[in-house]
Write a protein that binds this ligand. Structure first.
Ligand SMILES: [Zn+2]
Length: 113
């Protein structure tokens, strides 16, 4: 499991996108996700994560530089994480959904006009 820092209260938790055991905070927006993704042991070592957690507790969450932020948003979008968090079932073939494109709802055949 991934060691992560809660973006709301700064506690160390397991998994970047799981609701926090302390404050129940869960990332809802792309910005939240980007910050949550950044504050994991994928990107930083534990001492740094603890420092970040302390900063979040002080109300001063770490500021991502614009390039890192953009890259993280890109990662999040391409993985379809936001859709998963919104409670949509993952696509059966395991591929990330492409943007907002969904098949249009089927209309009854007699309503083609
Ligand atoms: Zn928390």
């Amino acid at each position: 499991m991934t060691m992560a820092v809660c973006f709301k209260c700064g506690v160390i938790k397991f998994g970047a996108f799981v609701p926090c055991p302390e404050c129940s905070g869960a990332p809802q927006t792309e910005d939240d996700l980007a910050l949550s993704l950044a504050m994991t042991d994928h990107y930083f070592d534990m001492p740094t994560l603890r420092q970040m957690g302390a900063a979040v507790r002080d109300g001063k969450p770490p500021h991502l530089d614009p390039q890192t932020h953009a890259q993280l948003i890109e990662t999040i979008r391409s993985s379809g994480m936001l859709a998963k968090l919104a409670g949509l079932p993952p696509p059966p073939d395991g591929k990330a959904p492409q943007g907002e494109q969904r098949p249009p709802p089927k209309k009854p055949w007699w309503r083609f006009w």
